[in-house]
Design a binder for this molecule. Structure first.
Ligand code: AQP
Length: 340
């Protein structure tokens, strides 16, 4: 049986990278899935606190992120949508996996290496290097394995964590018998959308400059301004050259994935536009983004206030209930296998 699982941190409104790299794919998979496929999507709020979050802000982001998942087209009747912190089995399996997971393997994770050096300006006090930041991939492995996921759609930045997840499952199974399922990574064609201002880096929620990313509820005006300010180069023609012209290549990628990724290649798109100005290209990119995001923004505003906020609470409660049953079924087998 196919089980699709994925998650997103409620650490702000998702950006175009989150959308093209992951969220859009979640909706496609939901819409193409047959009756037997289980779809489980989590707002991973326990992951969000690996870096300090203002509690009131986090509360607000959790609500907004849930509204976004509904606005992009996830249907709570078809997909299980829930907050990670509402299902304690995720944390329990994390502990059990921690007892067999390799510290050496964890210390090689690139995300750990980059985030341990992040200057956390928002934090009102000093803390030592946190254990949670280091063991984060074990919780991610537990999220996936506790639902016996077979397929995990993510952006490329998560590939290494998925490899670690398979390693956790294999190690556990080696010690205790065939209990956990090793999942496959499903990369979206738009596997890495880059920052608009520093196109060698991925577009990211935590980058300090908000002009580096387009949020999926940005107004048309804001989208135009951000695309206009995107860093390109001084060469006149349009060519697709991710190494030599990363800023331009990123805009072409965005356009390609929004407009016509089912026909032709991004190189074809670039050669069709070889003679247009960069200004005209940026106008077309901004227009494509606006067109695509407008219905999402409208639905988001509706969902956020539906039933005076009660609708979101109901979706979260029902999601937690379904996800809890799915996770508990695995935990019964896991506890038994371990001797608990
Ligand atoms: N730039 C990107 N291009 C393609 N996919 C991306 N994803 C993130 N950035 C890009 C994918 O989005 C999903 C959810 O990500 P997340 O919020 O759980 O974590 P993240 O990867 O840490 O996302 P951010 O926005 O970049 O946050 P920070 O700044 O905290 O690192 C994942 O499937 C991810 O691959």
């Amino acid at each position: 049986k196919k089980v699709i699982f994925s998650g997103i941190q409620p650490t702000g409104i998702p950006h175009l990278g989150n959308y093209l790299g992951a969220l859009q794919r979640w909706v496609q998979q939901q819409n193409e899935a047959d009756e037997d496929t289980k779809l489980i999507y989590s707002l991973v709020d326990l992951h969000a606190i690996t870096l300090w979050q203002n509690p009131a802000q986090l509360r607000q982001w959790r609500k907004e992120s849930l509204a976004i998942l509904l606005a992009i087209g996830l249907d709570p009747k078809r997909s299980t949508i829930f907050f990670q912190s509402h299902v304690p089995a995720h944390s329990e399996l994390m502990w059990i996996l921690s007892c067999t997971a390799s510290v050496g393997y964890l210390s090689r994770m690139t995300q750990w290496k980059s985030k341990m050096s992040v200057e956390d300006n928002a934090k009102p006090f000093d803390t030592p290097l946190q254990l949670g930041l280091f063991s984060y991939p074990v919780l991610q492995a537990a999220d996936i394995l506790v639902h016996r996921a077979t397929h995990v759609p993510v952006g490329e930045d998560q590939s290494q964590h998925l490899e670690f997840t398979r390693n956790c499952a294999a190690t556990f199974n080696h010690n205790y018998g065939q209990v956990l399922v090793e999942p496959e990574t499903v990369l979206s064609p738009a596997k890495r959308i880059m920052s608009l201002l520093e196109p060698q880096k991925k577009m990211s929620k935590s980058a300090l400059n908000p002009k580096s990313r387009i949020l999926i509820i940005d107004s048309s005006e804001t989208i135009k301004k951000k695309v206009n300010a995107a860093l390109t180069d001084s060469i006149d023609s349009i060519t697709f050259d991710p190494d030599g012209r990363p800023g331009l290549a990123n805009l072409l990628q965005i356009l390609y994935h929004l407009e016509n990724s089912s026909t032709g290649s991004v190189e074809d798109l670039a050669s069709d536009m070889v003679d247009i100005s960069k200004r005209a290209l940026k106008e077309r990119v901004a227009h494509a983004i606006e067109q695509h995001l407008l219905p999402i923004r409208e639905r988001y505003q509706e969902v956020l206030v539906a039933d005076g906020g009660q609708f979101l609470d109901d979706v979260a409660r029902e999601g937690a209930d379904k996800a809890g049953k799915s996770a508990d079924a695995t935990m019964t087998i896991v506890r038994d296998a371990v001797g608990l």
